[in-house]
Ligand binder design. Structure first.
Ligand SMILES: Nc1ncnc2c1ncn2[C@@H]1O[C@H](COP(=O)(O)OP(=O)(O)OP(=O)(O)O)[C@@H](O)[C@H]1O
Ligand SMILES: [Mg+2]
Length: 333
């Protein structure tokens, strides 16, 4: 049961005036401001809820979600840091370092295939509390995450963007985004939806329109849409990305977009361009955090060289993708 339901109604209304509208909408009168909202609701017989087309349980759950949403919209709780305290590698040896993440910074997770990059992301997603195979502990603002903190974000503390994103909904892109924007209580939902679609088209380079059914989107388009959605609509302050290198999205733009919104971004990747774009990287060896390297100036300069090479590679990919043949007369410019 949420803490909000057991504090005096007066305090709840002082903090969240919209709760008054919520109670009014289910025909509940605030007869006594000194009792808890739970006591108020319990005073009504089940007939009352039936008349309202709902049940007591649904109302308490909806009210909790509603308050959490309001709180997250107003951003009362902010995540200032996420810390991963060391556990053990695959051989049971203590990990060599901890990992500290802050908003506005991009951190990459690097290491050979099978080394444990996705595992680290999963530990964060689960807010591990020495209860995963690695025995790591995740701290938010220096403390183990408690339920209140998670509830504060209405279950949207962490957004995940993975290789295999598939939609199963029978909806158009704009319907899907509008539903999401409205559930987040955004006032200018329609304008935001347009912004997300424009951004996603810019990221994927493969155009789709607002009426395209989400199930028709290609893998690259889906990921571009999710990134734009996470950046503009989602309030999740922590974004975990598992390998977007082959996703057909403009990686640099995508990262700029996410970081501009002041999020904590952690990305598992094998892509040297993404690694050099990041502020730092944690190296995983045999399942353990081995060391954290801050991207140095030499590496940042090397990024520019690599960008040119990457551009050449992109052009080459396009050249062959569109059925061209390399010859004395047909070169890749
Ligand atoms: N510290 C650990 N203790 C126990 N098991 C671990 C540990 N770290 C990783 N593993 C396990 O090792 C396996 C491979 O890890 P994971 O999938 O995270 O690798 P990866 O680096 O993401 O690989 P890829 O680059 O192929 O995606 C998984 O089953 C994972 O649960
Ligand atoms: Mg992986």
């Amino acid at each position: 049961m949420s803490e909000f339901l057991s504090i005096p109604v007066k305090d709840l209304l002082d903090e969240n005036p919209f709760v008054g509208d919520f109670l009014q909408s289910i025909d509940v009168a605030v007869s006594d401001e000194s009792v808890s909202v739970l006591t108020l609701l319990e005073a009504y017989p089940s007939d009352h809820w039936e008349e309202q087309g709902t049940t007591f349980d649904d109302v308490t759950e909806q009210l909790t979600t509603f308050i959490n949403c309001l709180n997250s919209v107003e951003g009362r709780t902010t995540i200032e840091s996420l810390t991963v305290l060391p556990g053990f590698d695959k051989s049971g040896n203590a990990e060599a370092c901890l990992l500290e993440l802050i908003p506005g910074e991009i951190t990459c997770v690097v290491g050979p295939t099978g080394s444990g990059k996705s595992r680290l992301l999963a530990d964060i997603e689960w807010l591990a509390n020495r209860d995963t195979p690695t025995k790591r502990q995740v701290l938010l603002n220096g403390k183990p995450a408690d339920e209140d903190m998670v509830n504060h974000f209405g279950g949207k503390l962490i957004a995940q963007i993975t290789q295999n994103m598939n939609f199963v909904l029978d909806m158009s892109v704009s319907e899907f985004l509008l539903m999401h924007a409205q559930s987040r209580l955004l006032e200018n939902a329609e304008a935001v939806v347009d912004e997300v679609i424009a951004l996603a088209n810019e990221l994927s380079g493969e155009q789709f329109n607002p009426n395209t059914p989400v199930t028709f989107l290609s893998g690259g388009q889906s990921r571009a849409l999710m990134i734009a959605d996470v950046a503009c609509i989602g309030q999740a302050p922590i974004v975990l990305i598992d390998e977007i290198e082959n996703a057909g999205v403009n990686k640099k733009k995508a990262l700029d977009l996410l970081v501009n919104k002041d999020k904590i971004v952690l990305m598992a990747t094998h892509d040297p361009l993404l690694i050099l774009l990041a502020d730092k990287r944690v190296v995983i060896k045999n399942g353990g955090m081995h060391k954290v390297i801050v991207t140095n100036d030499f590496e940042k300069n090397y990024y520019r060289e690599l960008e040119q090479l990457d551009l050449q590679l992109q052009k080459t990919k396009e050249f062959f993708r569109y059925g061209n043949e390399l010859s004395a007369n047909a070169k890749i410019e």
